[in-house]
Design a protein around this ligand. Structure first.
Ligand SMILES: NC(=O)c1ccc[n+]([C@@H]2O[C@H](COP(=O)([O-])OP(=O)(O)OC[C@H]3O[C@@H](n4cnc5c(N)ncnc54)[C@H](OP(=O)(O)O)[C@@H]3O)[C@@H](O)[C@H]2O)c1
Length: 268
């Protein structure tokens, strides 16, 4: 199986590096970017072929599109005539529907849309994928295998993509917001910033591991550390008083609404 990655910016490079780390051979991966200096760096660092998009897709079984939304129509116009029959198109382009991508292809090709997140850069990404009208279960399985190179994958109907964007797409930023607040609180309580930062990083990592490894509901895990009349109970009381849970729900609703608005304004 050969794959062409169109656009090796932040997300494209994360996917390229993840595929190589998960056992793909450099000769089976082709990378494309606009700037020749960028292509030279990528070729040198990862030992893959790197060049222009129309050449990269020649003979590829899968094409992974990782350009910005405004560059999508241009790159699809360039590569469309060069796509081999049955070539699977996987797009990580935020907000652009499979129907829009299908309209930009000269000939019918199966299309899968993916919403990854930035944790893909460290192999801990969360991707949701949705299939277009011409994609089969086999295409979904192939896309799933590819995205698993950089983290976990779920399959959703395309109508759920705005909700996915609001939860796991923007999610790393919410966790950073919490981390920032906790580190600042530690400093206000007199801890050196480096110590406060180490405490918070490991606490977030540990809480994530507890959640995934025990399989318990967060409410149970929260109750496990909340002794009657204790320190955690005092803190949780303040969070409830200030409406933090309701604020999170409203924030995520706002994110999904914005994803929908941005999607409507994307290339048609
Ligand atoms: N970063 C994330 O966390 C994240 C999460 C979910 C989804 N996404 C999606 O992933 C896509 C890429 O995001 P990114 O953050 O990686 O953007 P990025 O860093 O700007 O990378 C995009 C790359 O594509 C190149 N490019 C543009 N037109 C091209 C063409 N015709 N042929 C080949 N390469 C071309 C760009 O080159 P130039 O710089 O020269 O234009 C750039 O190097 C976006 O659509 C975004 O919505 C990203």
């Amino acid at each position: 199986m050969t794959i062409a990655i169109l656009g090796v910016g932040m997300m494209g490079e994360a996917l390229l590096s993840g595929l190589l780390e998960s056992g793909w051979e450099p000769q089976d991966i082709r990378a494309a970017d606009t700037r020749s200096a960028r292509c030279e760096t990528i070729a040198e660092q990862y030992k893959v072929w790197a060049g222009k998009a129309d050449e990269a897709v020649e003979g590829a079984d899968t094409v992974l599109v990782a350009v910005k939304p405004q560059d999508l129509a241009g790159v699809l116009a360039d590569v469309s005539p060069h796509l081999k029959p049955g070539c699977l198109i996987i797009s990580v382009v935020a907000g652009v529907t499979t129907a829009t991508i299908e309209r930009h292809l000269v000939l019918d090709r199966p299309v899968i849309r993916v919403m990854p997140n930035t944790a893909s850069l460290v192999g801990q990404g969360m991707s949701a994928l949705a299939r277009g009208s011409g994609a089969t279960k086999e295409h979904v399985a192939k896309a799933q295998e590819i995205m698993e190179a950089v983290g976990k994958v779920v399959v959703v109907p395309e109508k759920n993509m705005d909700a996915v964007t609001a939860i796991s797409g923007s999610g790393p930023a919410y966790m950073m917001f919490i981390a920032e607040a906790m580190i600042d609180a530690g400093v206000m309580l007199g801890l050196p910033r480096t110590i406060s930062s180490d405490l918070v990083k490991q606490t977030i990592l540990g809480a994530g591991a507890l959640l995934t490894e025990t399989g318990e509901h967060p409410t149970v895990l929260k109750e496990n550390v909340t002794s009657p009349g204790g320190t955690t109970a005092a803190a949780l009381r303040v969070l409830e008083d200030r409406g933090v849970k309701a604020a999170f729900i409203s924030a995520i609703e706002a994110s999904a609404k914005r994803a929908e608005e941005i999607g409507r304004a994307q290339v048609n």
